[in-house]
Ligand binder design. Structure first.
Ligand code: XIL
Length: 603
């Protein structure tokens, strides 16, 4: 009897756990419909068998899901039996039922999960031209978990498409897997609509704590950004000292973490207290700086130039790397007044711009580690068109000649931001970089500005855009990160997620914020520290990453061989050791291949 009761209890407990788990995985996320707009697809589009395209017979199967408990009007289950040649060999397609114009703001929303016994599953959403070169307005890869999750994809149309000439598609040809897709909507809000109107407040795909991209990113950070550091301690007699007390501290990351700085608050602010905190906060967090305006051509004269010089000197003395920004911002409004008069005399204009590049780059020779030689080229074409196609590579050559030690960058916006979905801009920027490389312009790096408003790009999407630009073979930097949303918790979460995804990508070597203190920015939204220096949640998030999570500061005792080993972030270290009244210290640089530091203790 006791045995029976024992088994019964065990059985009931197991049942309860199972039921709780079943309840957990079947719980639905909130199910609000998209704001009203012009619907672009039929509700039944995905359950229509005609929409389904499969690469080989038996490679996949699709069936509608009939479950009255689901709030979706329609849902389908897609089983992929084996990996086809191309991901789109297994896909569902829904043609548009209304016209779309280039620049229209569209939004897709759907729910996604994999079945409990499926292998890890992936589903890519694309919106593309139906036929021709299948030009994409967006490609969004999503990993499916066992719980339903909502995916929101606001994006802008890349071209003009009459009804039926564009399509939404879900690709599932990634290997053996079973995914469910439900509640699919695609709505057009027109060209004038702002992303804030459709971006669901407080939401971007991948924000959730258990989003699958997180684990992969952490693993890449562990692998790419860290290495082994071994301290070997010997005594005055040269013999290993077992039990020696060792401490290891990262003093400077190899990865560039930076911010824009303003001369106003480094030197000229009217309140000493603010200046002190501004400098202190900067030095506590960053190893790289961009002077917000002072090195731009129209600013770089007279008083302003002296101020810029003072900042350059201060940064140099503090060992902060300087990103020179920028030699040419080729728009009349960003050039010195008067230059526009040379519109009708391209040769004079050419000489003036070339002269400026030579002058400023030579002036800061050896002081600016990097230069944005060219800023925002895709939006501003008038001047480069006027001067002819050979001019931009020449600007890079002149900058190289004037300061051979500076690494030369091009810098542009709407690549990582704008939901990572501004294909027009991405295509144009990529084409420009390819042209520069083809012409053998000395281009050392690619800048991606990263000014966000509501156009928060899902981390998975950020990684794909970084893949694309990483393939060009030059290091990438996020150069002007700011997140201008009124929801402070959203700002903090996105800052954390953006930085984590970007830090985890092998092609990236730095992230520079565009500002950190409210007192110095033209708009209060993106600041991290308020005017009174209290911290917004985003400042807490930044400090949590830079001062805790991505820090290496540890101590312990040397083992029997006199060794103490840690895995730390790449960068410059300060190492100390002591035992029985003798001590020693050493600096070390931890690179990808690891490092061993020998310390001989002395009295
Ligand atoms: C901005 C500054 O933050 C402002 O103070 C100034 O009035 C205009 O320029 N892209 C760039 C930066 O490359 O140089 C711009 O900085 C922001 C957009």
């Amino acid at each position: 009897m006791r045995r029976f009761l024992f088994f019964l209890c065990g059985f009931l407990a197991a049942l309860a756990v199972l039921l709780a788990y079943a309840h957990y995985i079947s719980r639905l996320p909130p199910f609000p419909p998209l704001p009203a707009g012009a619907a672009l697809i039929e509700r039944s589009a995905l359950t229509d068998p005609k929409s389904f395209l499969s690469g080989g017979r038996g490679a996949a199967a699709v069936r509608p899901i009939k479950n009255p408990a689901l709030p979706f009007k329609s849902a389908v289950r897609v089983r992929t039996f084996s990996k086809p040649a191309r991901p789109y060999d297994v896909q569902l397609r829904a043609p548009t039922t209304a016209p779309v114009r280039a620049g229209d703001l569209l939004a897709a929303r759907f729910y996604l999960r994999r079945t409990l016994f499926s292998r890890p599953a992936r589903l890519d959403f694309v919106f593309e031209q139906a036929g021709g070169d299948y030009r994409k307005s967006i490609t969004l890869p999503s990993d499916a978990g066992v719980r339903w999750r909502r995916v929101d994809v606001p994006f802008r149309a890349a071209g003009d498409y009459p009804a039926g000439k564009a399509q939404a598609a879900f690709r599932a040809g990634f290997g053996e897997q079973t995914v469910d897709i439900g509640g699919f909507e695609l709505v057009n809000y027109g060209r004038a609509a702002k992303p804030a109107a459709v971006a669901p407040a407080g939401f971007y795909a991948g924000r959730e704590a258990d989003a699958p991209w997180r684990k992969a990113a952490e693993e890449r950070i562990e692998k790419l950004r860290k290495a082994g550091l071994t301290v070997r301690v010997s005594g005055p007699d040269g013999k290993p000292v077992r039990g020696a007390a060792v401490s290891v501290r990262l003093v400077k990351h190899s990865f560039y973490f930076g911010s824009a700085v303003s001369s106003k608050f480094l030197f000229a602010g009217n309140r000493e207290e603010n200046k002190r905190r501004y400098r202190e906060t900067f030095l506590k967090l960053f190893n790289s700086a961009t002077i917000e305006n002072g090195l731009k051509w129209p600013f770089w004269e007279g008083e302003q130039k002296l101020r810029a010089d003072k900042m350059v000197a201060w940064l140099g003395a503090k060992g902060i790397k300087l990103r020179g920004h920028t030699l040419v911002w080729p728009a009349w409004e960003h050039l010195p007044p008067g230059l526009e008069k040379l519109k009708t005399d391209p040769e004079k204009l050419r000489a003036a711009i070339r002269g400026h590049i030579k002058e400023e780059a030579a002036y800061y020779r050896g002081k600016a580690a990097e230069w944005d030689v060219l800023n925002e080229p895709t939006a501003h074409k008038e001047i480069t068109d006027l001067l002819g196609p050979g001019e931009v590579p020449e600007w890079f050559r002149l900058a190289r000649e004037a300061d051979p030690s500076a690494r030369l960058f091009v810098n542009d916006y709407d690549i990582l931001d704008d939901f990572g979905a501004n294909m027009e801009q991405q295509d144009a920027y990529e084409a420009l970089i390819l042209r520069l490389l083809k012409e053998k312009a000395p281009l050392d790096g690619i800048g991606l500005q990263s000014h966000f408003k509501w156009d928060l790009t899902p981390p998975e999407r950020l990684l794909r855009v970084l893949d694309r630009f990483g393939r060009l073979g030059r290091p990438l930097q996020s150069t002007e990160l700011d997140i201008d949303v009124s929801d402070e918790k959203l700002q903090a979460d996105y800052l954390r997620d953006f930085m984590t995804a970007v830090f985890s990508h092998p092609a990236v070597e730095g992230i520079t914020l565009w500002c950190f203190w409210e007192g110095v920015h033209s708009r209060p939204g993106p600041a991290l520290y308020r005017k009174d220096w209290s911290k917004k949640p985003a400042a807490e998030a930044l400090e949590d990453l830079l001062l805790r999570k991505w820090r290496t500061e540890t101590a312990g005792a040397a083992d029997g061989r006199g060794e103490f080993a840690v895995r730390g972030f790449l960068g410059e270290y300060e190492v100390k050791a002591s035992a029985g009244g003798v001590s020693g210290a050493a600096g070390a640089v931890l690179g990808k291949d690891g490092v061993t530091v020998a310390i001989r203790l002395k009295r």
